[in-house]
Design a binder for this molecule. Sequence first.
Ligand code: NAP
Length: 185
Amino acid sequence: MYISVVGADRVPVVSGVDRAMFGYFDSKLAGERVVAESGLPWTTLRATQFYDLILLVVRQTAKLPVIPAPAGVRFQPVDAGEVAARLVELALGSPAGLVPEMGGPKVYDMAELLRSYLRASRRRRTIVPIRLPGKAFRAVRAGANLARDQAVGHRTWEDFLAERVGRGIEREPKANDPEGPRQTL
Ligand SMILES: NC(=O)c1ccc[n+]([C@@H]2O[C@H](COP(=O)([O-])OP(=O)(O)OC[C@H]3O[C@@H](n4cnc5c(N)ncnc54)[C@H](OP(=O)(O)O)[C@@H]3O)[C@@H](O)[C@H]2O)c1
């Protein structure tokens, strides 16, 4: 049973810029191959970004007075609990190989995610769109990280945000909080 990321096979990691921003996708694809070539029965689920990761990113970037947002980049984040439930379901079934991807109910651009966080946490910041170079960013701008046909998640980003950041009272992560920075998008 392996959990991978939507776009692992669609985001080309060729240059140094690609690797710096999307090396994670490449490493998940390598992980998928190890599982598929292990000779053991396997199941792999690719999921989009978890809300927790999006929150981590917007929370960190909102510390800047002016926030750079990659232009044209969209996300279809999903609730980690729903992904976990699906993994349990798959683990209890027979090995199924690469199963259909799992994405959240809605697609947002980066600026929308930032704005909703700023609203919920009652902050004011200027968001500046920046166009980032590289093949990986081009693929992501074209939607390689989205699972539009598999928008099977139910819990919305708005619900998640209201629960975690609602009413402008934000719970700041502690030093050993699992939300500590670990990976790029
Ligand atoms: N976050 C996303 O948006 C996203 C999207 C799609 C797929 N995924 C995949 O989903 C998985 C979980 O993501 P995440 O963001 O929740 O990661 P995470 O915050 O880094 O959590 C990973 C968890 O796995 C545990 N772990 C790592 N290696 C282990 C091992 N060898 N044996 C037992 N436990 C181990 C870690 O324990 P410790 O804390 O003790 O190290 C940690 O609790 C990853 O494989 C990630 O690539 C994540």
